[in-house]
Design a binder for this molecule. Sequence first.
Ligand code: SF4
Ligand code: SF4
Length: 241
Amino acid sequence: MRLIRVMCSGRVDLSFVLRAFSNGIDGVFIGACHLNECNYVTHGNYHALNMVLLCKRIMEHIGLNPERLRIEFMSGAEAGLFIESVNGFINKVKGLGPIGQGEGIGKDELKARLAEITRLVPYIKVVKNEKLGTRLLNPEEYDSFFTKDEIDRLFSEVISYYIDPEKCQACMTCARRCPAEAIISAKGQIHVINQEKCIKCGTCFEACPPKFKAVKKIAGGLVPPPLPEDQRTIVRKDKEK
Ligand code: SF4
Ligand code: SF4
């Protein structure tokens, strides 16, 4: 067991959990403060709870047993409860077997599935932002808060962004704002989104000036191939004369 201390359970990001699984960790246990006893106005433990509920559904979606992830609420004074909870979890995970093996998924396949989901974490957080901030007051709501259908839909309708080469005016606004440096940009060149680097935050869609409207949102469909490099130079009409 490896213990990682954080200032607040709300600090435990979805990508941290996925990274642990990707590194071959068999189970992740999050010990959070009791709900409604958070030190901070943010009530980070509610965020942690929602993240866990979401992550469990994502795990199901990629074929991982959701019981490999658990959150329990306890105070710093409840050492006995901590020991009991962690021991119970370890026994559970031992029963499930090594990650992937217990589910019948090969190592490489599991890594590939986790890498694909990890790449989508910023997108998932944007789409589920409102739900992730909800304070679930009744434990009976936990199971149905995120549904299997909802998560299947989330991945089948993944949004992609594409720059229409007919409309791009190479103003460079999108490239300056892109947080992932995913836009191939140069002066006088039609801009192109590198789909491998794009984290689907939608910033370019919002940033492209309305008079150009060059960034398109594609839901679940195929993204057209990028314009070949030698065809990206913009020839302005006034310069053609
Ligand atoms: S959606 Fe646009 S701004 Fe966001 S990462 Fe992708 S290319 Fe960059
Ligand atoms: S903001 Fe729009 S017009 Fe400007 S470079 Fe980006 S896609 Fe092209």
